[in-house]
Design a protein around this ligand. Structure first.
Ligand SMILES: [Fe+2]
Length: 163
């Protein structure tokens, strides 16, 4: 079966309408992962100008969004959460060095681990999870947001060193 945006959206909807939990988001991540294996699917999402953020699909009732991102050249973000939402990152092209953090005090976090996301890699960040992506060359991503994060205030966190 040829994967399309409409099919992926319907599959995600089917999962989230039953249950919206960290476990079900792992299922959604699996759907995104298999969609990213399709070169035609990935290419189709970037046929038109995407820029740094383009909502490809927004679910009219559940509110989740499928979003494409294209970053030209190096691009890094500081540690942040996604406000009241969760987000699933899927690497479509290029590589992202991702860092995850543990909260140590209000607004303060400590680096927990880092990992390289390569094309096809997918990762779930649940509500309150703090991470920072950094890219040294151009990248393309497809993300699923629990709600449209445009305009949602993200908490920026300060990194503290040491044990
Ligand atoms: Fe993020």
């Amino acid at each position: 079966m040829m994967m399309t945006l409409e099919i992926l959206a319907a599959q995600i909807r089917e999962v989230l309408i039953r249950e919206n939990s960290p476990a079900s988001r792992e299922q959604v991540a699996g759907l995104l992962k298999s969609a990213l294996r399709g070169e035609d699917f990935v290419a189709a999402q970037f046929v038109n100008e995407v820029g740094q953020r383009k909502v490809l699909y927004e679910d009219p009732t559940l509110g989740f969004c499928i979003v494409a991102h294209e970053y030209q050249g190096a691009k890094s973000s500081g540690p942040h959460d996604h406000g009241p939402s969760w987000a699933i990152y899927g690497q479509a092209e290029g590589e992202t060095l991702m860092r995850d953090y543990t909260p140590v005090a209000p607004g303060q976090v400590r680096e927990e681990r880092s990992y390289l996301m390569r094309p096809g890699d997918v990762h779930v960040y649940n509500e309150g999870a703090v991470h920072s992506p950094s890219r040294v060359t151009s990248t393309r991503l497809i993300r699923i947001e629990g709600m449209n994060l445009a305009g949602v205030v993200r908490s920026e966190c300060k990194v503290v060193e040491g044990a």
